[in-house]
Design a protein around this ligand. Structure first.
Ligand code: HEM
Ligand code: HEM
Length: 238
């Protein structure tokens, strides 16, 4: 059920003038909700263990994060055009050339992730998967902690996972800092506001820009339900 309104339309049905900037939908609702829910789940995992020292909340937030990640992977194959991996993972050399133009002030004509940002998204998703994966098999004999899937690997791997979990967490902190620095740099160096489109879904683009294909939010909901069911089965039946 893909919809493609051909182009953005100017207000009151006026014909678009060449070079005119018009608001266009670049991010669908599911990706925006995914993004901000991911931020909440990550902060909850972090604060629950480091500030509240509450492992129950920590693991619940971590499982919610796993649901979100599974959803995002599937949406990356069947979702709206700008959400698809095939749309934003291109030639890595283009990512390098993109970064080399970082200081150049030019109009923002980007629809979806840029060549460098796309690879960063993949790295972020993989690192978060690694954090959840290690978390699920942790065992600590001293404090009698056993994560839900530790029985699959035993206590030696559990102890190894605990160390990696700490290490990857440091990686996540670096990664989030880089992510924020990148977004800040686009605002300062190029005057590109990437944050507003991640909130509203819309961006002002030249009138001739083709509107990206959007998929039905009901499909997203079905995928989210499937991801939640998969995580529930993993936690209770494996
Ligand atoms: C389903 C997902 C997750 C599970 C099952 C899980 C499980 C655990 C467990 C069992 C511990 C306690 C280790 C111990 O003290 O022996 C722990 C610690 C910790 N987790 Fe997670 N975790 C998950 C996701 C995450 C995520 C997404 C983050 C990122 C914020 C995170 C960050 C941490 C940190 C910082 C610690 C403290 C590590 C230390 O000081 O040694 N975890 N986790
Ligand atoms: C816990 C912290 C955060 C994590 C783990 C995170 C992760 C991500 C991920 C995975 C994406 C890709 C979205 C997708 O295609 O599914 C993304 C995109 C984005 N994030 Fe974050 N994010 C975090 C915090 C923030 C914050 C605080 C802001 C706002 C200041 C922000 C602004 C953005 C923007 C603007 C994009 C789209 C970039 C583009 O136009 O290509 N993020 N983020």
């Amino acid at each position: 059920m893909a919809t493609r309104p051909t182009q953005a339309t100017p207000p009151r049905g006026l014909p678009p003038k060449p070079g005119m900037l018009l608001p266009m939908r670049v991010w669908d609702g599911p990706v925006r909700l995914f993004h901000w829910a991911l931020v909440v789940a990550l902060l909850t995992s972090w604060l629950s263990i480091e500030v509240l020292n509450n492992l129950r909340i920590h693991m619940l937030a971590g499982q919610a994060l796993l649901v979100l990640l599974l959803f995002r992977v599937v949406w990356g194959f069947v979702g709206s055009e700008t959400s698809r991996f095939s749309h934003f993972l291109g030639n890595p050399f283009h990512a390098v050339t993109h970064l080399m133009h970082m200081t150049k002030k030019e109009p923002d004509t980007q629809v979806g992730h840029n060549a460098a940002g796309g690879w960063m998204v993949l790295v972020m998703l993989l690192v978060l998967f690694a954090q959840v994966g290690t978390g699920l098999i942790i065992a600590d004999e001293e404090s009698f902690i056993e994560a839900p899937l530790n029985h699959l690997v035993g206590s030696e791997w559990g102890a190894w996972a605990k160390k990696q979990h700490r290490l990857i967490f440091t990686g996540i902190q670096v990664m989030v800092a880089l992510h924020l620095v990148a977004i800040f740099s686009y605002a300062i160096l190029k005057r590109h506001d990437l944050v507003r489109p991640m909130i509203t879904g819309k961006k002002r683009l030249p009138a001739a820009t083709p509107q990206p294909r959007m998929r039905s939010p009901y499909l997203a909901l079905a995928i989210l339900a499937g991801a939640a069911l998969a995580v529930w089965l993993l936690m209770t039946k494996v």
